[in-house]
Write a protein that binds this ligand. Sequence first.
Ligand code: NOJ
Ligand code: NOJ
Length: 488
Amino acid sequence: MVGFGKIFKILLGCLSLLMVGVHAEIVNKSEVGSLPRELTFEVWLNQQSTRSIAGILQNVMPHGAFSASPSKQNPDYFYHWVRDSGLVIDKIRSLYTEAQDEEKQAFYKNILDKFIEFSRRLQLTENLSGGLGEPKFHIDGSPYNLSWGRPQHDGPALRAISLIKLAHHELAKKDGLQWVKSNLYDGKLPSNTLIKVDLEFISDHWRQSSFDLWEEIKGDHFYTRLVQRRALLDGAELADILGDLGAAFWYRLQARQLEIALQKHWNAKIATIVPTLHTTRDDRYKRAGLDSAVILAVLHAHHYSDTFFTLSDEKVLSTLRNIRKGFEKLYPINNHQNMAPAIGRYPEDSYDGYSSDQQGNPWTLAICAFAEFHYRLASEFMQKGVVQIGSIALPFFQELDTADLIHIKAGGHYQKNSREFDAIIRALRKTGDAYLERLKYHVPEDLSLAEQINKDKGYMQGAPDLAWSYLSFLTANEQRNILIGTKY
Ligand code: NOJ
Ligand code: NOJ
């Protein structure tokens, strides 16, 4: 007798064959020349930017909730995640501050106002994490009461980092002070305003372990800690401006202590910043110690005048290089030449966008983050006016794609306008472009960006129209434009 399980498996097999068929058809369309990969790079960048802003706005609800993706099943991502929305709101902020006409300004300001109101309501909503560590809510703002990897402590930090930038923008205006005090930072204890409540939460809870940004593992995370530190330092600066001096002192004190904790993530034996310490999960999970979350941390916590774990830090460069190596041979689609490798979350990942007992795939947002990193690194070197190469980062530089670099060595000190400096900057830009070329190759006709890219066939899979995927493309392209603007 054929058991139900077997029939189910056969059905599933047919279904996935069918799916592969459908996708193969999409991939083959390239031959008739209608796919983005047929466009020139610059034309694609422009079209993808417009499409990505639309993709973000599609996830913005009129009452201030942001869905992670419009997908309501397989997978169900139609929730307001504190992390995703805390990142995405920064894009709305820059669209607002850069808008030329008043109508556009009012449009984006309305989204910001609604988001602030909605997020404040969430801060007051009872939930199973018992505080601000609740990772996601229903779109109507009610708590999600099923089991989940909770608490997660990065969300309030990301939200604060984004909104502190908005506060500074508004403070520069005539009536800005009053607006900031009543909507974002009242300087009171207990506070009734979004940013101040987030900062108080971070400064009181950063020592507690929490789930990571991938919602899978409890422990102390480099990502969570680095963005917490950034939020506290930016928060202290705002607190100073608003006369909340005691708080500014307290936030800075916590940030300094976070630094001591963060240094411990460096593992000299494998020359890598490890993503998580003090976890109880068995060590087959992430045994390589490699996780793109570390690169995301450096990007999301970046501040132009801060050198702590900044992009050019040799520990960061070595980590990035090792992560890249970890993915290079992992995915069959990486066998294509002339393109940067597709990057995923971590090599041992078993979440394929639908279920967790599969082999993981490359992620759109990780590929874009690698592109963004190289552009930003080039800009950082330009700003510093020198590239110094230590032994830890030497492999990173040696593997850059340029023949001009064969002579670089540890201890090298290359000033702006030297042959080596120029070669490094050019190689970084080329590498950034190679990651975006990689993405371009996998983008479907309608330019929609999903969470993942199938590691064998190259089509998009997992949550469709993921707001964070669109965001990651936009921030990468923005950094590319900044670098190009410096005329290199
Ligand atoms: C959904 C999470 O968001 C994802 O990060 C995770 O890998 C899977 N669930 C499996 O736990
Ligand atoms: C899964 C990711 O692992 C997590 O970081 C994200 O917040 C959710 N998906 C929603 O996009």
